[in-house]
Ligand binder design. Structure first.
Ligand code: PXL
Length: 286
């Protein structure tokens, strides 16, 4: 069987298990080849818990990497963008999506910009506006509630209900994305995501019990599982449920060290779930 290939464009946060250090092992666990376009190298992520992080911008390398890949004539089964550091990078990724679009490949945008009602450091309204334009290339977008508000201009609310989340998702259909998934929703002490299919208007909300605390990198882990699962060939419904279950179990696995939340969650302990699910035939030992 031909191996599938998934391109992911996001930063390397050397310490703190998010972006590429989460995406690569998850994509690999699905038996899919991860191809990476790193946008920046940071000593840690930029969230609370780590101060004075270093930041090496790789923007200037990105167009040359694109050109080299084009000269090789390679194709991707899916392209997935995560944390991007500047409006210029959004332009570069937009071009990348256009250059490598085929009839069948899947474009997946996680519009990483903020959480809990606030933009991450370094992001502003101008970035959010341009992110909308990147979303218009996507088959699937998966903003959290904060990011959905930044993309739509709808006011952020800390408490969520079906109507509020549905109104965010409905409004996001105007980006042109075909499937909208709003993550990080919290209702009746449960936590999860709502998925809206723009064409049919059908929604699916999937929630698991809320575990108190703050858990870094879980949005990236959710997006990586979802995108890999869809690329593998699982249905949208199954992929959504798998991603939420995976994040939930990763958070459960971290309860013994939850005070060190900025180091990320122990998702490595849950990778077996993915390899079990895809059931790669085992080779007999020689
Ligand atoms: O998890 C999202 C993310 C990715 N990359 C960097 C970040 C963050 C969130 O804070 O700082 C560098």
């Amino acid at each position: 069987m031909l191996q599938k290939r998934l391109l992911t464009v996001q930063d390397i946060s050397c310490l703190g298990k998010c972006s590429l250090t989460a995406a690569i092992p998850i994509i690999s666990a699905f038996g899919i080849e991860p191809v990476v376009l790193p946008t920046a190298v940071l000593s840690t992520h930029t969230g609370a818990g780590f101060e004075d992080y270093t930041f090496r911008d790789l923007t200037d390398d990105m167009p040359a990497i694109n050109r080299h890949w084009q000269s090789l004539g390679i194709e991707f089964d899916a392209m997935y963008s995560g944390y991007l550091g500047s409006i210029h990078q959004l332009d570069i990724v937009e071009k990348l999506f256009t250059d490598f679009k085929t009839e069948n490949n899947l474009i997946f945008v996680d519009p990483v910009m903020g959480d809990e009602g606030r933009l991450y450091s370094g992001f502003d309204r101008g970035f959010a506006l341009k992110m909308r334009s990147l979303c218009s290339h996507a088959d699937i977008i998966c903003p959290n509630v904060t990011e959905a508000c930044c993309l739509t201009g709808i006011e952020y609310q800390e408490t969520h209900n079906e109507n509020y989340i549905k109104s965010l998702a409905d409004e996001l259909c105007s980006t042109g994305a075909k499937t909208i998934i709003i993550t990080g929703i919290c209702m009746d002490d449960k936590f999860g995501a709502m998925c809206l299919d723009a064409a049919s208007g059908k929604t699916d909300t999937y929630l698991r019990p809320k575990i108190p605390g703050c858990y870094y990198g879980t949005g990236d882990i959710f997006a990586s599982v979802l995108c890999s699962s869809l690329t593998y060939g699982f249905s949208l419904e199954q992929s959504l449920h798998t991603s939420i279950d995976f994040v939930y179990e990763s958070i459960l696995a971290t309860q013994d060290e939850k005070d060190k939340y900025y180091y990320g969650v122990k998702f490595e302990q849950c990778l077996y779930r993915i390899t079990d699910m895809i059931n790669i035939p085992k080779k007999p030992s020689p």
